[in-house]
Design a binder for this molecule. Structure first.
Ligand code: AMP
Length: 260
């Protein structure tokens, strides 16, 4: 399983990623964690990233893409992964597509966690106080000023990815304001569907289903939906349980996360 969790800082991506790691035995690839490790180790990347991260800005694409490219080449990644905090810009998403494409791989799903800005500050403050209570050092960017910058960066540079993945038919959005268990259930539902749809090879239509489609077509004028078939509640081609059909491409849409 290859998955992206998309959402502003404090949306709960890390919490859900951790749960999915335990459940599916896949890796969590968090560019934030990788960069923090580089800062701690004082590597050249860390030295370059430190100030940028503390200010709540984005580290340049080439730096982050190089880190992910290295990591994705390692053998343990074969079992699948959740990307948390990457991609964060359209060029990063394009680079990821190219990296996976070279390996003949694709993404299974991109899940967007939608949350209210107002709730994010509370969440970030709670994360900081929980961390303090555990006696661990608090992230340098978990403070109101840096959060504002991180949110601005999210809406300006990362939110366009919602449209990017929707156009590819990969996006599912869920309410990230719900409780952690409720969000977990929503994510599992999406992944269950994605796995079911991905494994089955669509069968060619049988003779009878071809006939049914021809009948529906003949009743519908060009440009109109097959109302009669919909109203009657009868199963139209592909609605029958067990028949797997490719998902229609999600239309590009305006969301609140698309602003900025
Ligand atoms: P996170 O832990 O995902 O909230 O990331 C913390 C900080 O690391 C961000 O505010 C950025 O400064 C930097 N960062 C993490 N991932 C990326 C990325 N994909 N692109 C650019 N900067 C990133």
């Amino acid at each position: 399983m290859r998955l992206i969790l998309l959402g502003p800082p404090g949306a709960g991506k890390g919490t859900q990623a951790q749960r999915l790691v335990n459940k599916h035995k896949i890796l969590q690839l968090s560019t934030g964690d990788m960069l923090r490790a580089a800062v701690k180790a004082g590597t050249p990347v860390g030295l370059k990233a430190q100030g940028i991260m503390e200010r709540g800005e984005l580290v340049p694409d080439d730096v982050v893409v190089a880190i992910v490219a290295d990591r994705i080449d390692q053998p343990d990644v074969k079992k699948g992964f959740i990307l948390d905090g990457f991609p964060r810009t359209v060029p990063q998403a394009e680079a990821l597509d190219a990296m996976l494409g070279k390996k003949g791989l694709g993404l299974d799903r991109v899940i967007e966690l939608r949350v209210d800005d107002g709730a994010l500050l509370n969440r970030i403050e709670k994360r900081a106080s929980d961390t303090r209570a555990r006696g661990e050092p608090v992230r340098a960017d978990d403070n109101p000023e840096a959060l504002k910058k991180r949110l601005d960066a999210y809406y300006a540079q990362t939110a366009p990815l919602v449209g990017y993945y929707a156009r590819k038919g990969k996006l599912s959005a869920i309410d990230g304001m719900a409780s952690i268990p409720q969000v977990a259930v929503a994510i599992d539902g999406i992944l269950g569907k994605a796995a079911g749809g991905g494994k089955k090879v669509p069968k060619p239509p049988s003779r009878s289903s071809k006939t049914a489609r021809a009948k529906v077509k003949s009743r519908v004028k060009p440009g109109r939906k097959p109302k009669a078939a919909k109203k009657s509640g009868k199963s139209v081609v592909g609605k029958k349980k067990g028949i797997s059909r490719p998902r229609p491409k999600a239309p590009a849409r305006r969301t609140r996360s698309g602003r900025g």
